[in-house]
Design a protein around this ligand. Structure first.
Ligand code: B1M
Length: 210
């Protein structure tokens, strides 16, 4: 069994300390940060998601697994994001109102920073006005919204509407993403860009700013 499986299992069990020990070990064994993220941590989180959906585990277990996941991604952060790129532009980013999921948003942030895009991280449970006011006050080129719940996706439409009402719609690109979000949804609400994962979100953002 590879250390990536061990990382996946430790993450699923919420063993943050073990994950913290094994991630550097996997790097020493020659696995790349991307392999550790995708085949270790994200693979583990997919299994957690399935078990959660099947009512085999419940919110507390998912929460400690999420903490273990964050412990691992913190170690990988400098490797995934790099730090020598020239600033390309500025984005404000958050998980929308009513939604507390932030693992995906944090990955998107890391990838944006890796492309040299400054990120103002608004955290979770962010309302439409906060996105728009921050974009105005901090001169952001991009508003990036993440949603993991079907019930919170409509906040993204509100962000687009509030940006139009505030007169900044032609100055700011609005990006949307998260597991339930689709290209069709993005188009239906008049946002500018949907991507399925963090790396393509950063690539698309960099392209829009170039
Ligand atoms: Co919740 N949860 N959760 N949860 N949770 C889901 C999302 C769910 C699908 C589980 C399930 O039933 N199978 C389900 C949503 C159902 C739905 O709406 N369709 C669900 C539910 C129901 C809930 C609660 C309502 C449960 C309850 O209380 N009864 C509750 C809601 C709380 C709230 O937000 N108000 C809840 C709570 C939680 C925890 C707090 C326990 C925890 C979150 C901890 C945290 O984030 N700090 C949690 C977790 C961990 C999950 C699962 C298991 C994993 C989510 C995750 O982090 N995935 C999830 C099941 C699943 O997804 N399989 C589930 C890994 C992460 C890297 O992926 O965020 O999708 P993701 O990000 C991806 C892409 O989507 C993309 O990039 C990333 C990959 O590169 N991406 C973007 C994300 N944002 C982007 C933005 C972009 C572009 C791409 O541009 C701007």
């Amino acid at each position: 069994m590879s250390i990536l499986n061990d990382i996946s299992e430790a993450m699923q069990k919420g063993k943050a300390k073990l994950v913290k020990q094994m991630v550097p070990q996997a790097l020493e064994e020659g696995y790349s940060a991307k392999e550790i993220l995708e085949e270790g941590l994200l693979a583990g989180m997919n299994i957690v998601g399935e078990r959660f959906q099947n009512n085999e585990i419940f919110v507390p277990e998912v929460l400690i697994a999420a903490r273990a996941m964050n412990a691992g991604t913190e170690i990988l952060k400098p490797l995934l994001s790099g730090n020598d790129a020239e600033p390309l532009g500025r984005a404000c980013m958050g998980t929308v109102k009513g939604d507390l999921h932030d693992i995906g948003k944090n990955l998107v942030r890391m990838m944006f920073e890796g492309k040299g895009i400054e990120v103002i991280d608004l955290g979770v449970d962010v309302d439409a006005d906060t996105f728009v006011q921050t974009a105005i006050e901090q001169h952001c080129d991009i508003i990036a919204c993440s949603a993991l719940l079907t019930t919170t996706m409509p906040v993204m439409e509100e962000v687009v509407r509030r940006a139009s009402e505030a007169g900044i719609r032609d100055k700011v690109k609005i990006m949307v993403g998260g597991a339930p979000v689709t290209e069709k949804f993005c188009q239906s609400i008049g946002a500018d860009c949907y991507t399925a994962d963090a790396a393509s979100a950063a690539a698309a953002a960099a392209q829009m700013l170039a």
